[in-house]
Unconditional design. Sequence first.
Length: 302
Amino acid sequence: MDKASVARFLLLALLWGSSFTFIKVSLEGLTPGQLVLARLVLGAAVLLSIVAVRKVTLPRSAVVWGHIAAAGLFGNVIPFLLLSYGEKTTGAGIAGVLIGATPLLTLALATAALPTERATSRKAVGLALGFVGVVLLIGPWHESLGSLSGRMACFGAAVSYAIGFVYVRKHLSPLGLAPLALAASQLVAAAVLQALVTPFLDWRVPDLTTPVTLSIVLLGVLSTGLAYVLYFRLIGDVGATTASAVNYVVPVFAVLIGVTFLGEPVTWNLLAGGLVVLVGVAYAENRLGQLRADREKAGALR
């Protein structure tokens, strides 16, 4: 990556890593349902503005929008709600590390659901190793990381993200939609779905203090809206393999920001579990081999 791509990579990791702290602070004045609705509306507004400026065409088919709605449900609404409920009783750092298991879960689900994904011994070993890391993270014997139910909710968010990614690969990727159009459409569909369910969830008059207002604006505009733009720009500049490596850095930022701004504890199982999960993902994906092949291909093109 050149310097500009490295800067975008680190900024994306920072935005996604800081989202867990933004959620934690926003919950001081908003219910989980209110938080998720505000986040989705702000994120959708950012992407729709960019779509309008770039004159990107959104899908028109009702069938495609049905698939987009399903992707928004599993990729945005459910995980955003689970994270918000989970972080009421657990920390931002542990939430970020548990979400770091998403690539591992995606690999497991893709192997089971997609004919093109073969089960290999490498994947089996990586998945088993990653599972050990998840057990270390969720371990009920550690109360310093918050409630077990909160950690389980955050892990449930990772499962939902994985389902959403596999659904997109199976039903939407073959359609060849422009990435920006797909991202904007998915956030719009998710915002509509969340607006429909919010009246049936916990409700209270929002307490919009300065920290709460700033956190929800940053969460929606930057960590949700702008982050999508950065991610797809990285895919275009350096390829999907390198861009997806941001998932290895996000948990690090999540922990550092949680410790710095929220004073959250760092326990041995948070560090050990997170490291084991990331090593399991890297091995299962043959990450080092892929990056080496990419460098050799790039060298050959020069």
